[in-house]
Design a protein. Structure first.
Length: 322
């Protein structure tokens, strides 16, 4: 992150505020940036860069000492986003990224200074559907079928099998899966530890379950690759040579898509498919909702219930009487 304001484009920051803005951005870069997850940093930086680019192209000051000036730029950018096919929560996230940098800079926030502006944004946002399309579920039956059809005698096939089995058992998010190290595995307790997660602001971490089926595949992967410490899920070269570096998110996404092709399913699996599929698998087995919430490391039942909306519609309400 560069803190040279001259590189960012047109800012309308008064001289009395300029030193504080640079000081705060420098502190963010040097002290705080590294404490944030890689995905959060990427989202903030990408979103804000897009906002800066828009302001440069249209001659708006991206940040200003006068909140009314910032309001004009933010509203113009918001109106432009509303013309796109971006989803409700994507637009909302991009606005949150802008407000993050406004807050860090300690410049006046137009959302806080103008109730009318805040109402305008919230009102217009309602025009975009808020319900997000859930990932195609990859349930236990699908994973077991994949175990049979994947060629686990190859490193690529074995890694694919281990990935989806670990993901289903633990209900981990993609970032947690990619961060698993050998030291996080407790074979006796049948658990894998995730040091931190998206909703774990305190950094306490949480544990995921490790079944015997998954443990057998995981142990085979570690034995074949001779991985004794460090990251479990490593990059593979074109010749399937195990690298020291961990897999990246895009590579993980491609492996989920590859599993879908092997299973000949309609629609693509995503990195969230095992999380969604895990919830459905547990619900179909009549596991209490409290246990499902605990397994997925959610703060409440709301997200788990959203994942299971289609299942609930087919099992509750009128489904009980007709």
């Amino acid at each position: 992150m560069n803190t040279d304001l001259s590189l960012f484009g047109n800012f309308a920051i008064e001289q009395k505020d300029r030193a504080l803005v640079v000081q705060n951005l420098t502190e963010l870069r040097d002290s705080v940036w590294g404490t944030m997850s890689a995905n959060t940093r990427k989202a903030y930086q990408t979103d804000f860069n897009q906002y800066l680019k828009f302001c440069n192209q249209h001659g708006f000051p991206a940040l200003a000492s006068d909140w009314k000036v910032t309001k004009v730029a933010c509203q113009a950018y918001f109106d432009d986003l509303m013309k796109t096919d971006l989803k409700h929560y994507t637009v909302k996230r991009k606005l949150a990224s802008i407000r993050f940098f406004i807050g860090v800079s300690e410049l006046p926030d137009p959302w806080k200074h103008s109730k009318l502006f805040a109402r305008y944004i919230n009102g217009k946002l309602k025009e975009k559907p808020a319900l997000q399309k859930q990932a195609k579920p990859l349930k236990l039956a699908d994973v077991r079928l994949a175990n049979k059809v994947l060629n686990i005698d190859t490193l690529l096939g074995l890694r694919d099998a281990v990935l989806i089995n670990v993901a289903l058992d633990t209900l981990f998010r993609a970032a947690n899966i990619l961060a698993i190290e050998v030291k996080h595995i407790d074979w006796r307790a049948k658990t894998i530890f995730a040091p931190r997660s998206k909703t774990d602001q305190a950094g306490e971490g949480h544990y995921g379950y490790l079944s015997d089926e998954t443990a057998t595949l995981l142990q085979k992967w570690l034995d074949v690759t001779n991985v004794n410490d460090g990251f479990v899920f490593r990059k593979l070269s074109p010749k399937q040579t195990v690298q020291k570096e961990p897999m990246q998110y895009q590579a993980l996404l491609k492996r989920y898509e590859a599993v879908g092709m092997v299973l000949s399913t309609d629609g693509k699996f995503t990195c969230h498919s095992t999380r969604t599929g895990g919830v459905l698998t547990l619900m179909e087995a009549d596991v209490p909702m409290a246990e499902i919430v605990l397994s997925g490391n959610w703060k409440s039942e709301a997200m788990a219930i959203r994942y299971a909306q289609q299942y609930n519609a087919g099992k509750s309400g009128m489904a009980k009487v007709r």
